[in-house]
Every structure is written in structure tokens, then in C-alpha cells.
Write a protein of this length. Sequence first.
Length: 229
Amino acid sequence: MNRTERLHALTETLRRAGPRGRTARQLAEEFEVTVRTIKRDLSALESGGLPVWGKTGPGGGYGLTERGTLSPVSLSATQALALHAAVAAAAQAPFSDSARASVRKVLDVLDPATRRRATALAGRVWVDTGPAPERRIMSALEQAMIDQVTVNITYGDARGRETRREVEPMIFALRSGTWFLAGWCRLRADIRWFALSRIRRADATRTPCAGHSIAAIGEPPALARSAEL
């Protein structure tokens, strides 16, 4: 068993153990490795975002917090490939880094054979989405949207002229293949659409938005829909 397969199997063992957990010694014996190797693997899982808890002393051990565990996931290789492809094609979308992290967590709980087949199939799907906005810019826009606070942006228009705006984020929208931030522009005192690719800088503030209704943006195009599943 290679390390990747062992990490996957270790995750499943901890999940099955439930609140009782398992000791490092028990895990080492199960996977036929040293206690030191098990502790290094547990540290790697925790660094990767898995909610591992550890208790020292008599009755101690390692386990997973209930709130952070995934229920058993059963996906076919083509379903896993669909997740791969959808996330790869959405590299310019808001929260794309969170989407990639989520897909990795889902793939981690698949059985090794399905995961290997899905990964092999993913090599047969190519996407060309063009350059994505800088992550630091997207992080600021995403946080402002989540917290509903204003964001200061430096925006370049079609002629390359830059203006500094304070914007109340209202929606992210994909229109004709281009991602936009639609929001209330305090400079223009009106709703404006900002192409994410033209935002040169973004800094979230602590100033609450005034609460403009999404309905104020107007009727969406006939084929537009929200991201609700």
C-alpha cells in the first residue's frame, strides 16, 4: 500500500471508529508501519483540512470530529470525472479554490480503484478557460460578498482608464462566458457591472452594505438561473 492509499484508508478507519477513536499503536499495527509514521500521516491529514482530534494519556487516541466528517460517498468513475471537469472548467468562477478543495475531499473518500479510474479519465478532458483573476483579488471580493461589506476596487475600463470605486457587492454573474461582479457603485450612485478580469485591485472593508435588493438589478436573462442545485 502506497502512502496515498494509506492516507485514504487511515481516513476511513478513523471515520468508522467514531467517537471512540483509535490509538496510534492500534493504527500502526493495522497498517504495518511505525507509530512515528502514523503520527506523521495524521499530521498530513490535519494539514490538508481533515478535522482530526487527538487525546493524550490513558484512554487517549485519534479520531475525527463529527461535524467535519463526510457520510460514506459512493460515486461511479464517470460521476467523479464530472466533478473534476466541472471544477476545472470553472477556474474563473468565484469560490473556485474552495470548489477544488471540496472535490479533493470527495475524491479522498472514494475507493482507490474508482479514484484511479476517475483520475485517468480526467486526462481525456481538456479545458481552456483563459487566465483567472488573481487569487488575492478574488479572495477580497468573495469575503466582501460573504460578509456583505463594501469592497474598494481599482477598475480598468475598455480604454484602459482606471478608477477607484467603493462597491456594495450584490451578485456574481456569468454572462456570455465572462464573470462579473454586479453591485452598487458609490462613486456613480447606481448599480454597475464589473468584469472580474478588469479589476486590478480589491480590498474588503468593514463598512456594511446598505442592503440594496437583488431585485433592483432587474430581470435576469431568459436562460439565466441561480447556482442553487
